[in-house]
Design a protein around this ligand. Structure first.
Ligand code: BGC
Length: 751
């Protein structure tokens, strides 16, 4: 019998015995002072830790996969919820509940397609980022957190915020784009929403897990300051905004060591510099050692069946006995987990899977998110919104008669009734390909009841073109499925869809393209089409959201959270590093662009993208005026007016970019703030933005302080990073020194 199997049996027995013991919380003969809610989470964790045996402590740092198809089939922990991501036994005698873990950021996922949980799915994370509406991110988080709780989970593996350094990354749809400020705020709010249900959420994957090719093998190389000004800043903002109970360390290496045994990432940056009080859990299969991992900052081994060895079981026990891991460090690992459990209400609000979910209300939250996320990329001759009194509407491709696409892998949320389209490949993980049963064709027909709506699968471009030629309105869908563990090979729509769209557009110049993709794609047919709507993976009620935007029931207000490149050659790495055909190969990814990610890189290189970061059209027009900026209470405040000068109500996303005239940044400008403003036609509103001070500063590595250089800065107010609708002024900023959280540091006169 292997050590791993012995340990698993030992733990299984412990779980069974613990479960058999009655809960004695509150019993007179066994007072549990840590159950006193008047004490702080830290005090409670300290008190209960003192009562624990070494054996009980060990339980907390060792997680099981929740499903029975672990790579090396061992023992299915019966107490785990079926098809779930993970399970950690509790200590019933001390009133401490088990941890039931579920993926992920779009809703309650299931690991297997056989008998999955059927739950509400938000649109993709990138879609939510495209709303630029932090309130919606919070609401969506609160909704999926409520479903997690109703499903019996108290840990949600959400909070994905890896920056889009490559539009080919197969998990871009789980994340929030390329800008640290936008991603950090949007994901931070989502995490806050999830945790409002007394759950622990993670932020992940810490850090630099920015491509899937070779994710277990690659070594991400980047300088300290560049990392802290980009990917790490996004994570830090999520932690500051959302206060997640846990951070999930990533599969890859960072500057040498694996992320889950990386002293710089875990001990220095996360715990020391940012003061993170919760616990670090590993990604599933991301642990490679016992002593180095424990000493360098990992607190919990997750889904241990995925690792080569049960590092945090018997081996850790032994390491603590021999002193290679100090008892104090081991205690701190457990303390951090308990701290998060008390702090987030996991102990005080035990989960009971009651399945009480208001799917109608939750579907509406998802739909609202989808509606605000859709980005109108192009709209020549105001072909959109479509008139509801047209006679014939041709809808082509994308299984639009059946549903809307979602992305694959561990984050997959299964719809009620199962996928609308069955039998697509890949059938196994990260598949199956799942379509949410919200069919655009049906919703289009419902909004234009007098029209004849004809669907064509698009399998034969000539036939589709024939249909398009005679229709009053033509909507052709372009889809691109991708899933975890894979990257896209290029940015082309697969399965000859470019040919299809080109043929349809050639037959009818008023063709409208709707894209259901993870992220950016190339559009060789762009010049021939009249309109393009980026609908992302739009979630449970995506079909309705698409139809409502197409007909103008909803005025589109999404803006791109990532640059759409014109070609792969514009990217920092035109060819992706690694080789999917050589899965064991160790290699480096040199993030030579440093913090110049996305539009910053494009600005620096003067590349003209297909569509710039921040881009998004509306059915109305907005204008800016009275831009002014100045220092108030030690912070840069910017004021301006936004007017809706068009004929319909709409929401503008006014974006503030800052550019130093004297100082040198990683790139010419940075997004420093934004506001989403809802305006009636003819209405004008004054907006005040307080600029996040770190966006004006350069990090000084040795002193770990952000420094704003005295001098002139240009403030650009625009509708995208390309400068559309731009209004600008120059302001003088005094020199300032800030700590790592952006708080002013009193000047000592010394450097
Ligand atoms: C993913 C994580 C996920 C975990 C558990 C891993 O493959 O990278 O994001 O939370 O599995 O399902």
């Amino acid at each position: 019998m292997t050590t791993r199997t012995t340990t698993l049996i030992k733990h299984t027995l412990a779980v069974a015995i613990a479960a058999a013991l009655p809960l004695i919380a509150g019993a007179a003969e066994a007072p549990m002072p840590w159950m006193n809610r008047a004490l702080s989470a830290g005090q409670r964790a300290t008190l209960v830790l003192k009562e624990m045996t070494q054996e009980e402590k060990l339980q907390w740092v060792y997680g099981y996969f929740g499903s029975d198809f672990a790579p090396k089939k061992t023992i299915k922990i019966a107490a785990a919820l079926p098809s779930s991501a993970g399970y950690i036994p509790g200590v019933a005698r001390l009133g401490l509940p088990e941890l039931f873990e579920t993926d992920a950021g779009l809703g309650v996922a299931s690991q297997a397609s056989a008998n999955p949980r059927e739950r509400t799915s938000l649109p993709s994370g990138l879609a939510t980022a495209a709303t630029w509406n932090p309130k919606l991110a919070y609401q969506g988080g609160a909704m999926i957190g409520a479903e997690a709780r109703a499903s019996g989970f108290n840990v949600m593996l959400a909070g994905g915020v890896n920056l889009m350094r490559d539009p080919r990354n197969g998990r871009n749809f789980e994340y929030a784009g390329e800008d640290p400020l936008l991603s950090g705020i949007m994901v931070g709010q989502a995490v806050k929403g999830i945790q409002s249900n007394h759950l622990i959420s993670t932020v992940k994957h810490y850090a630099l897990n920015n491509q899937e090719t070779g994710r277990n093998e690659l070594d991400a190389r980047i300088g300290d300051v560049a990392a802290r000004t980009s990917d790490l800043l996004a994570m830090q903002l999520v932690i500051e905004q959302g206060d997640p109970g846990s951070v999930m360390c990533a599969y890859n290496r960072v500057n040498g060591p694996y992320a889950c045994e990386n002293a710089w990432l875990l001990n220095e940056v996360l715990k020391q510099d940012w003061g993170f009080k919760g616990y670090v859990m590993s990604d599933w299969g991301a642990v490679h050692s016992t002593v180095a991992s424990a000493n360098n900052g990992l607190d919990q081994q997750s889904g241990s069946e995925f690792d080569k060895s049960p590092y945090f079981a018997g081996a850790l026990e032994e390491a603590v006995k021999t002193g290679s891991v100090a008892q104090s460090r081991f205690d701190n690992m457990v303390y951090r987990i308990l701290y998060a459990m008390f702090d987030k209400g996991v102990v005080d609000h035990p989960v009971k899977p009651d399945g009480a979910i208001d799917f109608a209300a939750h579907g509406l939250i998802s739909r609202t998110d989808a509606e605000e996320s859709m980005v109108l990329l192009k709209n020549d001759g105001q072909v959109l919104p479509l008139r509801k009194d047209v006679k014939t509407i041709a809808v082509i491709g994308g299984y639009a008669d059946q549903g809307v696409l979602s992305g694959g892998g561990s984050s997959q949320v299964y719809p009620i009734g199962g996928s609308a389209v069955k039998g697509l490949l890949p059938a196994s993980w990260p598949g199956p390909v799942v379509y949410h049963p919200s069919a655009p064709v049906k919703e289009i027909a419902a909004l234009a009841p007098g029209a004849k709506v004809v669907f064509d699968s698009g399998a034969d471009p000539a036939r589709a073109a024939q249909l398009a030629a005679s229709a009053d309105a033509v909507i052709v869908f372009g889809t691109h499925w991708i899933g975890e563990a894979n990257d896209a090979l290029d940015l082309a729509l697969p399965d000859k869809q470019d040919e299809l769209i080109a043929a349809v557009a050639a037959a009818n110049p008023r063709t409208v393209v709707v894209l259901e993709t993870s992220g950016p794609v190339l559009m060789p047919w762009l010049g021939k089409t009249a309109a393009v709507l980026q609908a992302w993976y739009p979630g449970t009620r995506g079909g309705e959201a698409i139809a409502r935007v197409l007909f103008g029931d909803v005025n589109p207000s999404g803006h791109l959270p990532a640059t759409f490149p014109a070609s792969l050659s514009q990217l920092p790495r035109p060819v992706l590093d690694g080789d999917p055909a050589k899965p064991q190969m160790q290699f480096k990814v040199d993030y030579h662009e440093g913090a110049a990610v996305g539009y910053k890189w494009f600005d620096l290189k003067k590349h003209k993208p297909l569509f710039p970061f921040g881009h998004g059209l509306s059915y109305t027009r907005f204008e800016y005026s009275a831009l002014a900026g100045g220092y108030k209470d030690g912070q840069l405040q910017v004021r301006f007016k936004v007017s809706n000068t068009g004929k319909v109500a709409g929401k503008d996303v006014a974006q503030l970019y800052v550019s130093p005239l004297g100082a040198r940044w990683e790139a010419p400008k940075r997004l420093a703030g934004w506001d989403k403003v809802d305006l009636q036609p003819g209405e004008t509103r004054e907006v005040t933005l307080t600029v996040e001070p770190r966006m004006l500063a350069v990090l000084h590595g040795p002193s770990k302080t952000w420094r704003i250089a005295k001098g002139k800065y240009t403030l650009l107010l625009a509708q995208d990073a390309g400068g559309t609708g731009e209004s600008s002024i120059t302001v003088d900023l005094p020199a300032r020194k800030l700590d790592l959280h952006g708080k002013a540091v009193p000047s000592t006169g010394k450097r």
